[in-house]
Design a protein. Structure first.
Length: 515
């Protein structure tokens, strides 16, 4: 046994009776079979204590009563006996090489491990937009039909006290509490299992899903989300980030594809190396090859010095190729060759050299449709789409609009000073369709904040939508806003249109249509 291993010593009337290894997950103490430490003591409940690590130390959580009693915790210091019942005491010790009298390993029937701190998790209860969310803290979470559970389920197929989720170093420990119909992890019935992000737990007729909390600790890219669909995407990002495989991000313009690419880099094994981004659709066609693969001095007119392409620049790190669908077919073939061989040859160069990058591509186009009509190579598609992340549009997740508004306002206030958004203005923003997604929302907020005083009102939003949102933004202006603008300018249609930021003919036609 390794020197310095932490153990739990169980004493009965001051006599050592057993030792248990203190691992990374919680240990349950109680009288029923199935607990990690089974103790026959009249003062100990069927399931009474959880021994858990917290902030570098170890504590005892009382789980024998309701939620108020479960909030109680007791420190378990080194080399000091703590009573856990009428006749039993528990001591945390550090042991050397001497073998313990008896060691009991906790049972784990299924594993799905992701090494993230439990505070980064959310539990999604239910499906779709109606799903409830519960943030995982540092204590256990009880699930069942009884009112004293942390997650109370109105489901007759669920037991009064069905299961418990316990934070641990490897994720969350799912522990079935002897339920009538069982607990299922990813379709498999389990008694005890370590679960991580992306896990699907089924209890009775209710779905529980473990996903990432969108809170930011300052070390990762900020991705703001409250909707179930976007939280699921962020869970996928965390799950695939450590993998070396190529990722294809698909989504409309403005949905945050580059932010997802940066998250994949920052959460992956290459975060200490460079993240290089290039928009393939924004490069001049005669310079795309040079930008991607580099060129030697004198390779073409104007090549006055050697140039490193983005593959070289990103060597050891992550290369993000945005709008990959805009690459012309000849360069698609060249890119495919680089991905197959792992080697790059500069334009005008005589030899190739190895490059090591994690490739992340993005597009707003339907690449599979382009494969069918021959404008995108099928073999390249299957090279870059080993993992696919699809981003939902902002109009499909209105729950995120409020959170994004507050996030963008914090950024805006740094430059413009304090601004707040009235409830009516916020409701106007939530009701809008956002064809430009989050990027358009940010631009509209910037325009509204620039024209408003301390408080952004609905008319500020309407004017910003008209200016930034284009024709669709004009259609979203309410009848009340249009009429009020005309009244304020004493019937002067031209002046009212200028104030609203729309054409006079547009204002005239809108008023005619609503008359």
């Amino acid at each position: 046994m390794a020197t310095g291993m932490e153990m739990l010593e169980l004493y009965q009337r001051e006599q050592l009776v057993a030792r248990y290894e203190l691992g990374g997950r919680a240990a349950e103490i109680g009288r029923v079979e199935g607990c990690d430490i089974v103790v026959a003591d009249p003062d100990i409940a069927d399931r009474h204590w959880l021994v858990m690590r917290k902030h570098g130390t170890v504590v005892l959580f009382d789980i024998s009563g309701g939620k108020r009693q479960r909030a109680l915790e007791h420190p378990l210091p080194l080399d000091r006996c703590v009573p856990i019942g009428r006749h039993y005491q528990l001591k945390r010790v550090t042991v050397g090489s001497a073998p313990p009298p008896r060691t009991q390993e906790p049972r784990t029937e299924a594993l799905a491990i992701l090494r993230l701190s439990a505070s980064r998790y959310l539990i999604l209860i239910g499906r779709g937009g109606d799903a409830r969310r519960l943030r995982v803290g540092e204590g256990p979470i009880h699930v069942g039909r009884a009112a004293d559970n942390d997650i109370v389920l109105v489901d007759r197929a669920v037991s009064e006290h069905h299961l418990r989720l316990e934070p641990c170093e490897a994720g969350l420990v799912l522990r079935d509490l002897g339920s009538r119909n069982g607990s299922f992890l990813n379709g498999v019935r389990v008694h005890t299992a370590v679960v991580g992000e992306g896990a699907h737990v089924r209890v009775g007729r209710t779905d529980l899903r473990v996903t990432a909390n969108s809170g930011n600790d300052g070390n990762e890219p900020t991705m703001v989300a409250e909707s179930s669909s976007m939280l699921q995407v962020l869970g996928d990002v965390r799950r695939v980030a450590p993998l070396p495989w190529p990722v294809l991000i698909v989504g409309e313009s403005g949905t945050g594809k580059e932010g997802i690419a940066k998250s994949l880099h920052e959460l992956g094994a290459r975060r200490a190396q460079r993240f290089v981004a290039v928009n393939a659709g924004g490069l001049a066609r005669d310079l795309v090859e040079s930008e991607l693969f580099g060129h030697e001095k004198g390779a073409f007119t104007g090549a006055l010095a050697a140039h490193k392409g983005v593959f070289e620049q990103a060597h050891g790190g992550t290369l993000f190729l945005d709008e990959i669908g805009e690459l012309p077919l000849p360069l698609q073939a060249r890119l495919l060759r680089v991905l197959e061989t792992g080697e790059v040859r500069r334009v005008g160069g005589e030899s190739a050299f190895a490059v090591d990058v994690r490739l992340v591509c993005a597009t707003h186009r339907d690449l599979r449709g382009m494969v069918q009509d021959g404008t995108f190579r099928q073999d390249l598609y299957y090279r870059i789409a080993r993992l696919v992340i699809e981003l939902p549009t902002l109009r499909s997740r209105p729950e995120d609009v409020r959170a994004l508004c507050q996030h963008f306002l914090r950024e805006i206030c740094v430059e413009l000073g304090p601004r707040e958004l009235s409830e009516e203005a916020q409701a106007r923003l939530v009701a809008y369709d956002w064809p430009g997604n989050a990027r358009e929302l940010r631009n509209v907020l910037c325009a509204a904040a620039a024209s408003a005083a301390l408080r952004i009102e609905p008319q500020d939003v309407d004017q910003a939508l008209a200016k930034v949102g284009g024709p669709l933004g004009a259609r979203q202006l309410s009848e009340e806003t249009l009429r009020r603008a005309v009244e304020e300018h004493k019937g002067n249609m031209s002046a009212a249109a200028r104030a609203l930021g729309i054409a006079r003919s547009t204002l005239r036609d809108r008023l005619k249509n609503v008359a």
